[in-house]
Design a protein around this ligand. Structure first.
Ligand code: SAM
Length: 247
């Protein structure tokens, strides 16, 4: 089973709608790419973000988990949804906007891997196209690890979650979902998800090689620093002709 296959059926109920993130994306598109039509999401999951972006855009989503894509297809009958690995994706076409959000980049735990996702975003963007990416930093994963186990009740589900972060920068989420079948019977679903902490400054440094970084904000939309728990970076793909030096 691929990562997220066990969680897929419960993902939307557990995470809720990504209202703030979608508002941030709408705002970024309105300011930096008002005429954008073609949007690609790397790691689209159940399609909550693409659905929030709206039906007047041409939406494409890529994800490794078949089960997540099955949920996305229910929500997004008109979107193009593809199973693929975002570290090696090569669709042979370009988009106006590429997004990789909800910590998807952290899920690619090797250093080469998450940098490869940035290259994939670059190769799938028109020159001047917009890339929006968010990450969990060390601080966020440390804060979560310090919580120990926490319990959430969502509808007929009880979740027990913990984050183990003793091998920084690698963290392990352990999510146990108890699905209530009747008054006395529960079914256990268990998902283990690896994440790598990515610091804002290392993300920005990686991006600056082929993107112009336009904004670095936290998920609530405030200016952030390298110690922020989460960061959203809005960057524009450089036009290769920008790099030609004239003497
Ligand atoms: C935290 S979820 C975010 C989903 C979605 N962006 C959302 O807003 O709900 C991370 C997603 O990234 C996907 N993912 C992780 N590594 C991937 C990879 N190498 N290639 C494609 N998808 C990947 C997972 O299957 C999962 O659906």
């Amino acid at each position: 089973m691929a990562q997220y296959d066990a969680l897929a059926r419960f993902y939307d109920a557990v995470t809720g709608e990504p209202v703030e993130l979608v508002a941030l994306l709408h705002d970024a598109l309105a300011r930096h790419a008002p005429s954008a039509r073609r949007v690609l999401e790397l790691g689209c999951g159940t399609g909550a973000v693409l659905a929030g972006l709206g039906s007047d855009l041409l939406l494409t989503g890529v994800d490794l988990s078949e089960a997540m894509l099955t949920r996305a297809a229910l929500r997004l009958p008109n979107a193009r949804l593809l199973r693929g690995d975002i570290t090696t994706l090569d669709m042979g076409e370009t988009f106006d906007v590429v997004v990789c959000v909800c910590d998807t980049l952290n899920h690619v735990t090797s250093d080469d891997g998450w940098r490869a996702v940035i290259d994939v975003a670059h190769s799938h963007l028109e020159p001047g196209g917009l890339f929006i990416v968010d990450v969990n930093t060390r601080r966020r994963l440390r804060d979560l690890a310090d919580l120990g186990e926490w319990v959430d009740d969502v509808d007929e589900l009880t979740l027990i979650t913990s984050v183990e972060f003793s091998s920084e920068p690698l963290a392990t989420w352990d999510i146990r979902i108890f699905e209530r079948l009747d008054n006395t019977t529960y079914r256990l679903h268990h998902e283990v998800i690896a994440e790598r902490a990515i610091e804002t400054d290392e993300l920005v440094a990686s991006l600056t090689q082929s993107f112009e970084v336009l904004e670095v904000v936290d998920s609530e939309g405030f200016d952030t620093s390298t110690i922020a728990p989460r960061a959203v970076v809005i960057a524009r793909r450089r036009d290769e002709s920008d790099d030609i030096w004239t003497s």
